[in-house]
Structure formats: structure tokens, C-alpha cells
Design a protein around this ligand. Sequence first.
Ligand code: NAD
Length: 262
Amino acid sequence: MQGLMQGKRGVILGVANNRSIAWGIAKACQAAGAELAFTYQGDALKKRVEPLAAEVGALVLGHCDVTDAATIDAAFDALKEKWGKIDFVVHAIAYGEQLDGRYVDTTAENFSKSMLISCYSLTALAQRAEKLMTDGGSILTLSYYGAEKWMPRYNVMGVAKAALEASVRYLAADLGEKAIRVNAISAGPIKTLAFAGISDSRLLLKYNEINAPLRRNVTIEEVGDSAVYFLSDMSRGVTGEIHHVDSGYNVLGMGRPETSGA
Ligand code: NAD
């Protein structure tokens, strides 16, 4: 894929450490020739993100918390100052509480916060990106199958991801006339910081591994390679799409009988 993203510059939000999906995407984009910029959320992540940025030669724009519009503006102001225009944005951000128990017990506070961070933030980024994507561009977000079907331990995140996937379609329709494309990768479960916070995460990984058509889980490198397709001109005719990178799990109606233990 060398050269596929030569001459393209973009920002990746959501690198927390070297297990983040955003890091898999960053490595693939850098290998394809892109120039990158990162943000980090808070000082605790700064010391993890800075060495990773150095590894792929990425600019570090500073702290950006999507609940604080001023920090989003500061990141895009810095991009404008450094590069003038950008070609792509990766949104790999999510947050949800009360993932155990029942969805019906979700509080209004948790619902609003999860929606703001996991869903609205894509729109907030698109508003800023539109101004800098003067030659068109590509915006990519990350979703999960819990947007489409009930999945255990996903609760409010499933509802936020469903709204995120709807946002992809609405943003694609609005921004298409400026040649700005908006797509999502719906990734299979991967052991990242966010995923490890879900109880029964090991069981979820195992279930996916034994039932998915490919009989294994996906990696951040595989999501990264698919991201290069969406962020490069290879996908120039594609927008509003939700693309599964999940070893095929989404095509199943139920687990294979021989793995059910029944
Ligand atoms: P991760 O923990 O590595 O990354 C999550 C990121 O979200 C972190 O960098 C964190 O700083 C950021 N974040 C959270 N709240 C924020 C806020 N208020 N402002 C700015 N940043 C904030 O985990 P990950 O699994 O790589 O998650 C990346 C994306 O991939 C998420 O959207 C997640 O839902 C999605 N996803 C993950 C999986 C999986 O199994 N890991 C599967 C499908 C989709």
C-alpha cells in the first residue's frame, strides 16, 4: 500500500496507547505515505501519545477533550496554522457508563454524556474539518455491531453507535457536494483499553473468535489497512458507508451449532 496516501495530511483523534485502533490506523497511514497529527485526552495520555507520535513522525496538537469545544477549536486552529488545509480526519473516540445490567436503567446523565462523546463529537469534528478540507477529504469513524443488534454489555454504547452510524449517512449527504466523504468501519472486538473495561470482555472475544466465519478476531493492523482504503483515493466513489472489519461475524444469524456446547 506504499504511496497510496502520499501527499495527504490528516488528524487522528483517539490514540490512547499502542493497542488503540487509532494507533493501528496511524501506522497504516504512515506506511502509505500520509503525514499525521495526533491529539491526546489529558496529561495522563500525553506521555503515552508523544512517543508514539515520534515513531510515525506525527505532529502533536495537544490536549483535546470533545466535551470541551474550545479544545476542539484549538486543535483545528493548530492544524490550520501548520498545514492550511487537511485531507482526512479519523474519529476513534467513545465513552459509555453502566454497561453492565439493563439498558432500561440508563440515566439521562449517562445517556447525554455517552451521546455527546461517542456520537455528537463526530459532527463537531466534521464542522471544523469542512473548513479545512478545501480540496475535498475523507472522514472516518469507528463503530461496532452493537449499533445494529443487541449485544451483551453494550447498552447505551449500542444506542450511541446506532446514532453515530446514522450521523455518518447525514454528514455524507451534507458534505458530498464539497467532495468530503464520511464513512465508518464497524470493527470486531479487539482488546484495547476501552474494550478491556467491559466485563466479560474475554468471553466476548472468545465467542467472536470461535463463531466468526474466519474463526479468529481481527487486529488493529487489519482495521488500519481497511482505513487506508477509506482515507485514500481508492474509495473516492464511496461515502455514507458502514464497512464491517470483523472476520465476517455480522453475517451470522446465530453461533455455529458445533461451538454452542448444547
Ligand atoms: P481506546 O481506549 O484505545 O481508545 C478510545 C479513545 O477515546 C481514547 O484515546 C480516549 O482518550 C478517547 N476518548 C474518550 N473520551 C474522550 C473525550 N471526552 N475526548 C477525547 N477523547 C476521548 O479504545 P479503542 O477500542 O481503540 O476505541 C476506538 C474506537 O473504536 C471507539 O469508537 C470504539 O467504540 C471503537 N470500537 C472498538 C472496538 C473494540 O473492540 N475495541 C470495536 C469496534 C469499535
